[in-house]
Design a protein around this ligand. Structure first.
Ligand SMILES: [Zn+2]
Length: 109
């Protein structure tokens, strides 16, 4: 259930709404997305089991911006781990909290 994992990680609430409105469309798209296959990794240029990675890219040509989804193929080693759409922010560490408080106190003085 790889597709649902990814999707639900994005936004559980909207994912549910999506699944209810367009279940088939969504399922097909996500399954395609996570299917590994043999190919050339775009990063290390080696033949390996690659996975498509979609990224939204903005092109500016002749002063006009165009948006498109570009698919890159990466092997497991090179596959970008940080998914921009994942809202899982790591909880602040004690140190970070302290620094934050210190900064706040400084502002009060
Ligand atoms: Zn690679």
């Amino acid at each position: 259930m790889d597709f649902s994992d990814k999707f639900y990680a994005k936004n559980a609430a909207s994912a549910r709404a999506w699944a209810e409105t367009e279940p088939k469309k969504h399922e097909v798209r996500e399954r395609k997305h996570s299917e590994p296959k043999m190919g050339i990794c775009e990063k290390c240029k080696k033949e390996a089991l690659v996975r498509p990675h979609r990224s939204r890219e903005t092109d500016i040509k002749d002063g006009a911006a165009s948006y498109g989804v570009v698919v890159h193929y990466y092997c497991e080693d090179c596959y970008p781990q940080s998914r921009r759409n994942t809202p899982t922010e790591p909880p602040m560490s004690a140190k970070q909290v302290k620094n934050l408080l210190r900064g706040a106190k400084k502002n009060l003085r």
